[in-house]
Write a protein that binds this ligand. Structure first.
Ligand code: NDP
Length: 416
């Protein structure tokens, strides 16, 4: 029996919209919101395009990375993230600022082989190494003109049944998922033809340990003093918090979420694949078999020093990075000119975000700083207009336990 959603992807934009609107009872106003935000070009990036979903974008100022000050555009729906990143950036940007090094930017990929004799596979790869590398290059020859190409091929035994042929490639300024997948498929066909073995899949690995940024940030402990605690005490508490994130997965996951608040927001602003960066970050956090915090902080003399190694598998070109107009503008705002600079700025934002979160946690607690912004969000989600917002927030601030009912009552009184 024909289903009304069958061949949805073949319908025109207006047919798709009409079908959805009729099915779920969208109002004319809702339909207008959808169509006003529909962009024909970005709609081509995905399938069954409906509209562009807007998220708020803000800017962190004065993040000093390797001596250069950057503005960092951040796309996030979460209140307090940009305020915290700005606070962390200010603390870390004194002197020469945050130091970032990208030793190399390579992509990992794998061909999974089933039920092959490991010794046979190993001998085959050893004796055909240069042919396999050249085959990978020839499957995507344009990468050579950008200075990239396949760099290494290795074999790992996963079990008695499965082996992984790991390819490492330099994908130039691109994130490289498509480039790598093309190379891997060529290798997989060649190996299955030559050895008559079953290849289960050929796909890049999001475990991006060959595309890391090493980030170091320092802050003089005197700058960390709060109203009731000395800078030395706050610094030691931050170091203690970082120790706990090395010991306990419950804390490590939240520690890393704080880092990713900044990382994801910048990755999105630059039009990159944040799921790839998330996947890389969390798998790297568990790379020695136990999930840990991605950053560590320690007090050395009068300095609190933070260190982080973070995989940032992004591209300066490719994907949506040149298609989404804001991604292009945001790279200009950040004054980044290549993928390594992009990785450095993203890593630096992650460490700044982490410092601000830890400082808040070990001093006032996270809620105090969040509260004003959370109250704004509470007011807006319960119907306050932007004109009414300041007055509503002012009244909510005076309440012990403001909630949605409080907003409704304030609005009712204000609108009488
Ligand atoms: P693209 O295929 O979009 O872009 C790469 C292309 O950019 C190259 O083939 C090259 O094409 C061109 N290019 C221009 N200048 C350069 C340069 N200096 N260096 C390198 N390439 C250059 O993207 P990627 O291969 O980077 O793949 C990224 C996309 O893949 C993302 O959208 C991602 O979401 C998606 N993806 C992710 C997966 C994952 O993470 N597991 C899996 C599959 C896809 P030309 O030679 O024509 O100029």
């Amino acid at each position: 029996m024909e289903n009304k959603w069958d061949h949805f992807y073949k319908k025109s934009y207006s047919e798709r919209l009409k079908l959805i609107a009729q099915s779920v009872g969208l109002t004319d106003e809702q339909i207008a919101t959808i169509t006003q935000n529909h962009d024909v070009v970005s709609g081509e990036l995905i399938e069954n395009s409906l509209t562009d979903y807007a998220l708020p974008e803000g800017v962190v100022t004065g993040l000093v990375v390797n001596g250069t000050s950057h503005l960092v555009p951040m796309v996030t729906e979460e209140p307090s993230v940009i305020a915290a990143a700005s606070n962390g950036a200010k603390l870390l940007s004194a002197g020469s600022g945050i130091q970032c090094v990208v030793p190399h930017k390579l992509v990992n990929g794998q061909v999974i082989v089933k039920n092959a004799k490991f010794a046979t596979l190993s001998a085959f790869i050893e004796s055909n190494r240069s042919q396999l590398i050249s085959l990978a290059d020839q499957s995507h020859p344009s990468i050579l003109k950008y200075g990239g190409g396949a760099r290494d091929i290795r074999l790992r035994k996963l079990s008695d049944h499965f082996a992984s042929i790991d390819l490492v490639a330099d994908t130039g300024e691109a994130m490289g998922a498509n480039i790598m997948n093309t190379m891997l498929e060529a290798i997989a066909h060649f190996i299955s033809d030559q050895l008559k073995v079953e290849t289960t899949m050929a796909i890049l690995s999001n475990f991006a340990d060959s595309a890391v940024v090493q980030v170091t940030g320092r802050v003089n402990v005197s700058r960390l003093a709060s109203q009731s605690l000395s800078g030395q005490v706050v610094a030691q508490r931050i170091a203690d918090a970082s120790d706990v994130a090395q010991l306990d997965i419950n804390r490590a996951a939240t520690h890393n979420k704080g880092i990713m608040n900044g990382v994801d927001a910048a990755v999105m602003a630059f039009g990159n694949d944040w799921r790839a960066v998330e996947s890389a970050a969390h798998s790297f956090a568990a790379h020695d078999g136990r999930y840990k915090g991605l950053s560590t902080w320690q007090v050395t003399g009068d300095q609190l020093i933070g260190k982080m190694v973070l995989p940032v598998p992004i591209g300066f070109v490719g994907g949506a990075s040149k298609v989404l107009p804001m991604a292009v503008i945001n790279k200009q705002i950040a004054q980044i000119h290549n993928s390594k600079e992009e990785m450095q700025v993203i890593g630096a934002v992650g460490l700044a975000q982490n410092l601000a979160a830890l400082k808040a946690l070990v001093t006032d607690g996270i809620q105090k700083g969040h509260m004003n912004l959370q109250l704004k969000s509470l007011a807006l989600s319960n119907g306050a207009t932007t004109e009414e917002l300041p007055a509503v927030v002012e009244q909510l601030q005076k309440m012990a336990n403001p909630d949605s009912q409080s907003v409704k009552e304030i609005l009712k009184t204000m609108r009488r």
